[in-house]
Design a protein around this ligand. Structure first.
Ligand SMILES: [Zn+2]
Length: 149
């Protein structure tokens, strides 16, 4: 059922267009924040900022969402963990970005620092792969070669 719905949507959109489906939260204020968050994901993508780590990617998006709302200072203080585990990840990584971008003077400087940090994050993501691959048993050796290509 959902697959058919998805296929129908896919036919209506050409490959340049993207569709984001959002559950409507109970509060209108929260809905606007979620909408802004998703819009910022798109902005990050269109600026070719490609972060391989889910946590760092959500963190920068949460940081920039709060920045756009003028609430980024909320990440200055140490955060208490909440019952919402996903939010705990978002806010922890948003705080890390807030610390990196604290003394930024202008948008160009912000983008440069973000790109520099993304390079480091993406390198770290790559360097963890061989460790995992080393643990693949001998009989999956072909798989190992395939993954490493
Ligand atoms: Zn997100």
């Amino acid at each position: 059922m959902l697959l058919r719905f998805y296929k129908r949507l896919q036919n209506k959109f050409n490959s340049n267009k993207r569709l984001i489906l959002i559950n409507k939260p109970k509060s209108n204020k929260l809905f606007k924040e979620v909408l802004l968050h998703e819009f910022i994901h798109e902005l990050i993508d269109s600026n070719r900022i490609n972060i391989k780590s889910f946590k760092w990617n959500e963190g920068i998006t949460a940081y920039l969402t709060y920045y756009a709302l003028g609430k980024q200072r909320e990440f200055y203080k140490k955060l208490k963990s909440t019952k919402n585990k996903i939010w705990n990840i978002y806010s922890t990584y948003a705080r890390k970005w807030t610390i990196y971008l604290k003394d930024i003077q202008n948008p160009q400087q912000r983008k440069n620092i973000i790109l520099k940090k993304v390079k480091i994050i993406n390198k770290l993501k790559k360097s963890t792969k061989p460790k995992i691959l080393d643990n693949i048993p001998e009989r999956f050796n072909n798989t190992k070669k395939l993954i490493m290509m």
